[in-house]
Design a binder for this molecule. Structure first.
Ligand code: GLC
Length: 489
């Protein structure tokens, strides 16, 4: 079975948000499972490949020139970087004020033309596309292989001028959106299977409240749309071996967590006034979706909790300013680093006591899983993948793994934080909640298994790694693994 996976982001080469981690984690696991996976990413510049080869891809003149660079990246396996008009930029999507580049339509349409040409050349058994940046591929391939399209977020659909419809040669009418072109809309209708990144998000997006204008089309997909929860990379996210930590720890030996906590307070210049004040961590893209404004409002109550807050993230300039203001106002209680720093994020997950994620919507969310793995109790809103992964410890005292705000607002966030701090102060409750979270297997092995089943159902005549025919799963009706259910660690 060979699969071509295309995405605008993949860690560590191009990383803006969770999609980069998710794509990297899935690809690694599929390769471990024996699949032959080629990854195509835009060439944003600055990446050196071993054993590099370059060739020009045959694309329509509006997209030309498109060059494929292939080679190996630090033993991660084959990658194709697609250099196309405007692809080389310091950031995948935005300029340094956080504004989208004006030519993102051309950049990602020509990237998609490159993916289409590459697909014609290598004829993979399955083509796996991710988010709108790759979506136009399905309007450019007249005879596509079986295709899976993963929705990491519906918030970005790539809507652009109606002129782009003229460049599509397959079912352009499916991309038509009130006179404009909507790449994501076309792709969800043309893909053989659509995966949303958690079961609850797959349900939510069929409703008007969460479908971002596409709920009718998403509902019409029926069984072609399903939720496949993301995993986290079990090698990268293991507190017992993590090289970024000042001290390693594990569920049966939590002593190291205290040293990480002290190191974290020092790194952010916070008061180190003993264990009585939990540290609340946040690691997030700084965009409206993530409810950072709710966290900022809630921070006004920090003295009453009492607690400290550390935030790591990058994104919208207005949110950056607001966080800077908060940190200036409460210098020994609030720390903020405006960055996407992988090493520091590990320190935050290890050293924090609680992780705050007051998302307005959250297709899956990875930080809550990383937090639980590091014995850090998540405090989340009841949306998307957060509902699938966190159980409220007040509502289910014997099963709880975190605290779930009953409403997406400041009052709900403050209430959930209060309940979390209260539980955290009780040594027994703290270790029970943590222990349950740390025992859950959030690795990619279950979710990648589900993607493999989907691939096999679409390309039934291919041999799996054991050499057996796998045509017995044509309907793809085998049971999804239960990895999304935190009640079944
Ligand atoms: C996006 C979503 C996030 C998800 C990630 C990976 O960043 O906002 O919820 O975890 O993609 O799929």
């Amino acid at each position: 079975m060979n699969v071509l996976v295309a995405s605008a982001e993949m860690a560590p080469i191009a990383r803006v948000g969770g999609m980069a981690e998710a794509v990297a984690g899935l690809v690694r696991q599929l390769r471990r499972d024996g699949l032959d996976v080629v990854v195509a990413l835009p060439d944003y510049g600055g990446v050196t490949l071993a054993d590099e080869q370059r060739w020009e891809l045959p694309v329509p003149s509006w997209a030309a020139p498109v060059t494929a660079r292939t080679g190996n990246l630090d033993g991660e396996g084959p990658i194709v970087l697609i250099e196309s008009p405007g692809s080389v930029k310091p950031h995948p999507y935005n300029d340094d004020t956080g504004q989208a580049f004006h030519d993102n339509d051309l950049r990602f349409f020509s990237f998609s033309a490159g993916i289409a040409a590459l697909t014609e050349q290598i004829r993979p058994d399955v083509l796996h596309l991710n988010d709108w940046h790759t979506a136009a591929t399905l309007g450019l391939l007249t005879d596509p292989p079986p295709t899976v399209f993963t929705i990491h977020t519906l918030a970005y659909q790539g809507v652009c001028s109606g002129e782009w419809l003229n460049r599509l040669n397959r079912s352009p009418e499916l991309f038509l959106w009130y006179g404009a072109t909507n790449p994501l809309l076309g792709a969800i209708q043309l893909a053989d299977r659509v995966a949303a990144v958690s079961p609850n998000y797959a349900n939510e997006i069929r409703t008007e409240a969460h479908g971002m204008g596409l709920h009718h089309q998403l509902s019409a997909l029926g069984d072609r749309l399903e939720g496949v929860i993301n995993g986290i990379d079990a090698e990268e996210w293991n507190p017992a071996t993590d090289p970024h930590l000042i001290a390693n720890f594990a569920v049966d030996n939590m002593r190291g967590k205290g040293a990480n906590r002290t190191a974290l307070a020092e790194a952010f210049g916070l008061a180190t006034d003993g264990p009585a004040q939990p540290i609340i961590g946040m690691v997030s893209r700084l965009v409206g979706q993530k409810g950072i404004d709710l966290a900022i409002d809630a921070a006004r109550f920090l003295e009453h909790l009492p607690a400290r807050l550390v935030v790591l993230g990058s994104g919208d300039a207005a949110i950056v300013d607001a966080l800077r203001g908060l940190a200036a106002r409460f210098p020994d209680r609030v720390g903020f680093t405006n960055d996407y720093d992988a090493a520091l994020s590990h320190t935050i997950f290890a050293g924090s006591d609680l992780l705050l994620m007051p998302s307005r919507f959250e297709p899956c969310g990875l930080a809550q899983m990383q937090a639980m793995t590091y014995g850090t109790i998540p405090v989340v809103t009841d949306v998307g993948g957060l509902r699938d992964t966190v159980i409220d410890a007040d509502e289910a005292p014997d099963l709880g793994t975190g605290f779930v705000s009953r409403s997406v607002d400041t009052a709900g966030t403050v209430d959930a934080l209060h309940r979390a701090v209260r539980a955290w102060r009780s040594t027994n409750r703290r270790s029970a909640i943590r222990g349950r979270g740390m025992a859950i297997d959030w690795s990619w092995s279950g979710p990648a298994g589900r993607y493999r089943e989907i691939y096999r159902s679409l390309a039934p005549d291919h041999h799996d790694i054991s050499g057996e025919m796998v045509g017995d799963d044509r309907d793809g009706e085998s049971e999804a693994p239960d990895t999304g259910d935190p009640g079944q660690p």
